[in-house]
Design a protein around this ligand. Structure first.
Ligand code: CAA
Length: 257
């Protein structure tokens, strides 16, 4: 598959997707998002891939939707092409997505970061939803996911001022998992992605789905969902292997069956 605005790679079971429009800070035009989602779906189906790493470059993860493209579009254009529907497909990816984020993660870039399951940020990362400064508002989940991630008060401040927060503050509010020096963020995220790639893949996917249900379901329904997932995993080959390996005091060899 050849792409114009992303590059791809793979390492030890990790599919790597790098946003690649460095001159304009990885601004997310329609084609870039389309390429990204196409690649995420391709990796999701690839049996040799167990986790996915999404990254940008040191200066920018992504500085939001491409304002040049948006400035030309009418409300009807955007409605007709259902511009944000493609984003909904990211939440259907069943494998864990790890974000390696440095520099600007603004607008759609912050929304993309919030679609990652785990985020390793560099000390230079900044996060924000500046859409209000352009006379609009987030359109790819920013108001919903930010409130869930950092709580109503902090989200309200970020959404209404449009001002970014530092990586340190993002960590305090639980928006990212870890903050590390800029030289280390990519390797740290890759190491984590590789670690999770060694886990039993069925358990990884069922756990990811169950954890996301916590946002959507009342507690008892979420508990029922979890329990059914647990029963399902008891039927897997990897469960037999995992428990046998423990008893035999050896490393398990998980196959994804
Ligand atoms: N769209 C298009 N081009 C962008 C861009 C964007 N979102 N962000 C940056 N660029 C371009 C700049 O126009 C500039 O291009 P030129 O060199 O051709 O002039 C280049 O990237 C470098 O940017 P700056 O010179 O501005 O760099 P800076 O370091 O001075 O500032 C910045 C960096 C603070 C991120 C600033 O570029 C900025 O404010 N960008 C816009 C951020 C923004 O408003 N994002 C939200 C978009 S709306 C959205 O995302 C909606 C949604 O919910 C999906």
């Amino acid at each position: 598959m050849s792409y114009e605005f992303i590059t791809t790679g793979r390492e030890d079971g990790v599919g790597i997707v790098t946003l690649n429009r460095p001159k304009i800070l990885n601004a997310l035009n329609l084609q870039l998002i389309d390429e990204l989602v196409t690649e995420l779906e391709r990796l999701d189906k690839d049996p040799d891939i167990r986790t996915i790493l999404v990254t940008g470059n040191e200066r920018a993860f992504a500085a939001g939707a491409d304002i040049n493209e948006m400035a030309e579009a009418s409300a009807i254009d955007i409605m007709k092409r259902d511009q944000f529907a493609v984003w909904d497909r990211i939440s259907l990816i069943s494998k864990p997505i790890i974000g390696a984020v440095s520099g600007f993660a603004l607008g759609g870039g912050c929304e993309l970061m919030m679609n990652c399951d785990i985020v390793i940020a560099s000390e230079t990362a900044v996060f924000g939803q500046p859409e209000i400064k352009l006379g609009v508002m987030p359109g790819a989940g920013g108001t919903q996911r930010l409130v869930r991630a950092v709580g109503l008060r902090k989200a309200m401040e970020m959404l209404l001022t449009g001002d970014p927060i530092s990586a340190k503050e993002a960590l305090q509010y639980g928006l990212v998992n870890r903050v590390v020096p800029v030289e280390a963020y990519y390797q740290e995220a890759l190491k984590l992605a590789k670690q999770i790639a060694k886990q039993p893949p069925l358990a990884v996917q069922v756990i990811k789905k169950a954890a996301h249900k916590a946002d959507d379901l009342p507690l008892q329904e979420g508990m029922d969902y979890e329990r059914n997932g647990f029963y399902l995993l008891l039927a897997s080959e990897d469960r037999k292997e995992g428990m046998q390996a423990f008893l035999e005091k050896r490393r398990p060899r998980f196959t994804g069956n």
